[in-house]
Every structure is written in C-alpha cells, then in structure tokens.
Write a protein that binds this ligand. Structure first.
Ligand code: IMP
Length: 205
C-alpha cells in the first residue's frame, strides 16, 4: 500500500472543500469515515496553529497514517478579532447551529459603525505518525454584512462579503471559493510538502 493522508476533520463543509482542493492526490486522500475513525478533539490551544497540531496529532496517532488538519476562524476588527479561534463555538446557547452563530455575530455588531472589516484565517498542520509536523497558512480579507446572501459554502460564508467582487463567499460556486479562500491558500502553501511525502521522500517542510 502506498502512502495515504487522512483528513483530520468531521466538519462536512471542510471535508468537501479539502476533497476538491486536493483532488489531484486521488485515492491517497482518506476521510475519517473511510478509515472507521470518529474523534472529537478538544480544541484547547490558544492559536489556530496549536489547535491544528492537536487535531492532526490525534488523528495520526489513532490511525497510524499521516493526518492533515485545519483550524480556521473569522476575525472581526470591530470585535477585537473575535470570534477568532472560538469561531466554531461562538454562540451563548448549547447546540447552536451555523445560522445561530451568524445571528449572534450580527447581534454583537449592531450599532457599531460599518464597514465591519474581517478576515478568514486558516492554518493547516500535517502530522506524520513518526511525529514530524508541516504547516500551511492562508488569509482571506473581506467585511461582514448585516444580511445573509447566497446558499453555498458553510459557517459564516453568507455574511462575509468579498468587496472586490461584490459577492459573499456563499454566492460563489464551490470552484470559485476554492480558488480564493483562506483554506485554498493554506492548501497551496502545503501542497509541495504533501506531494513529496506521498512520493515517500522526506521533506524539509
Ligand atoms: P474549527 O477550525 O473546527 O475550530 O472551526 C472553524 C469555524 O470557523 C467553522 O466552524 C466556521 O464557523 C468558521 N469557518 C472556518 N472556515 C470557514 C469558511 O470557509 N467559511 C465560513 N466559515 C468558516
């Protein structure tokens, strides 16, 4: 069996995007479901990078495979950079949905002067079962708008406007989002390392 890379996420939106972004890796790419692993890793780190490492290491240890994790989030200047690393948990009520988190974010922004400058950030960590780590990072600038637009993507996409294009992230096709998103840029940064590792060559990172 050749080298494989396990996608260390249970988030369906992220899984879909990674599968498309890394489609050139073909059968080398596996989802947790395909290897019969289900893990909820506590994101106890203070930074995206730390949380990406926690997830990648946990999945690599559980599977014996190389594991690729992302930790990502939305930073809104008017909220001092919140929700940031807490983006997935940003809502007061337990069991909150993506829609609840968008509504809560807009509630927090009410009364603050627009434009609400913001950016998505993504850190990718790849962990090998032997303990090596590699990284990629990407950022995508935009602004939060008060009304949802578009059906694509996931998370905060319907309220994240890409000013130059005049559309929200959720109004892009999957292909368009995958050309410019924070996750796409982070994947481009780490792609050469993935290629080398899949060829069985050591990588300097
Ligand atoms: P985590 O990386 O699992 O901690 O979760 C990141 C959270 O940030 C997601 O649950 C979304 O709420 C948000 N997020 C990350 N990437 C995106 C994106 O591409 N679009 C919209 N929201 C995102």
């Amino acid at each position: 069996m050749g080298e494989k890379i396990l996608l260390a996420t249970q988030n369906p939106g992220k899984l879909r995007e990674f599968k498309a972004l890394l489609s050139d890796l073909g059968e080398a790419l596996l989802s947790p479901r395909e290897v019969g692993i289900r893990l909820e890793v506590e994101e106890s780190g203070q930074t995206y990078r730390e949380n990406a490492v926690l997830k990648a290491r946990a999945f690599a240890a559980a599977s014996g495979l190389m594991a690729l994790a992302d930790d990502s989030g939305l930073e809104v200047d008017a909220l001092g950079g919140a929700p940031g690393v807490r983006s997935a948990r940003f809502a007061p009520q337990p069991g909150a949905t993506d829609a609840d988190r968008r509504a809560y974010l807009l509630q927090r922004l009410q009364g603050r002067p627009q434009p609400w400058r913001a950016r998505f950030r993504c850190w990718i960590a790849l962990a090998t079962p032997e303990g090596a780590l590699y990284f990629g990072e990407g950022t995508c600038e935009g602004q939060i708008i008060p009304e949802e637009r578009g059906q694509g993507g996931f998370g905060y996409d319907p309220i994240f406007l890409l000013e130059e294009r005049g559309v929200t992230m959720a109004e892009l096709t999957a292909e368009e989002k995958n050309r410019l998103s924070h996750r796409a840029l982070a994947v481009e940064a780490i792609r050469p390392v993935l290629r080398r590792l899949l060829r069985g060559e050591p990588s300097a990172g």
